[in-house]
Design a protein around this ligand. Structure first.
Ligand code: TMP
Ligand code: ASP
Length: 262
């Protein structure tokens, strides 16, 4: 599939057109951002790892009936995906309270939740991805009841599957964020899982030590992000010892105005 023009560049990925209007190429960059783009760095090897980990998870999800945008991984950094219109909502599922939930509501960090908690945030960096309700989504037509009914069901199934998958390799799935999009094909529109699922978009804690194996290593300056992502990939059986991903070169984030809004 020939790579065409760049049609979108986000914080961690670039999307290129192909000769098929329904398919695009998703390129994983090494850029890391946090706190809505206020903290930035390039972490060599991150894009390659996220490409592989996301491919693995999305392939497994499609095998249990969760339709998603992945067609196939093309190379170390790129995937062929279905071209969707992204629903401008970040769908967050939490099993253990941490991050913005604890700050916002004063819940004790590490509280295990009785049931998975779903949160919806408007996908808007300038506004700091504010928490919204279903009613906001319906009122402002960011989504509709039929779509959200399907997405809520998907969220629980994705969570159940991923909790089990990670538990099997000694990792607690603390929380994660996913995005959905509308795929238009042959006059039909279908909501499918899109974007990526990787240690950039999940919180993953080692079962025994609670060591953080996700982007919190960058957010909270814990160091060795690549070592942690490699550990996740290795445990999932998708990275073998002789990896050609070079060890970390951690570029210190540039001094930027730092306004923590989450
Ligand atoms: P939070 O506790 O900061 O709201 O994050 C909840 C989960 O969502 C966590 O796994 C990190 C993920 N996340 C993203 O993937 N992108 C984002 O922009 C934010 C704010 C969180
Ligand atoms: N993805 C968001 C950002 O780039 C926030 C985060 O992941 O913490 O700033």
């Amino acid at each position: 599939m020939k790579k065409g023009k760049k049609i979108y560049e986000g914080k961690a990925k670039i999307v290129f057109a192909t000769e098929n209007k329904n398919l695009v190429i998703q390129h994983f960059k090494d850029d890391a951002t946090a706190f809505n783009n206020q903290k930035r760095a390039k972490i060599e090897g991150k894009g390659v790892l996220n490409n592989r980990i996301s491919e693995y998870i999305l392939t497994n999800l499609s095998q249990i009936g969760i339709k998603n945008h992945l067609v196939k991984r093309i190379n170390m950094r790129e995937q062929l995906i279905k071209f969707v219109e992204i629903i401008p909502v970040e769908f967050i599922v939490r099993n253990i309270a941490t991050g913005s939930l604890t700050k916002r509501l004063g819940i004790e960090d590490g509280t295990v939740l009785d049931e998975p908690l779903i949160e919806y945030c408007l996908k808007d960096d300038k506004l700091g991805d504010p928490l919204i309700s279903k009613e906001h989504m319906f009122a402002f037509k960011w989504s509709n009841k039929k779509e959200i009914e399907k997405i809520d069901k998907y969220l629980h199934r994705i969570n159940d599957f991923m909790v089990g998958m990670f538990r099997g390799v000694g990792i607690k799935l603390v929380d994660f964020k996913v995005e959905f999009g509308r795929y238009k094909n042959n006059g039909k529109t279908e909501v499918i899982l899109a974007d990526e699922i990787s240690p950039d978009t999940c919180r993953l804690w080692d079962m025994n030590t609670e060591k953080k194996l996700d982007k919190d290593r960058f957010r909270n300056d814990l160091g060795n992000l690549i070592g942690a992502y490699q550990d996740v990939a290795r445990r999932l059986g998708i990275l073998h010892e002789q990896s050609n991903i070079r060890p970390i070169k951690f570029t210190k984030p540039k001094a930027v105005k730092f306004k923590k809004n989450k």
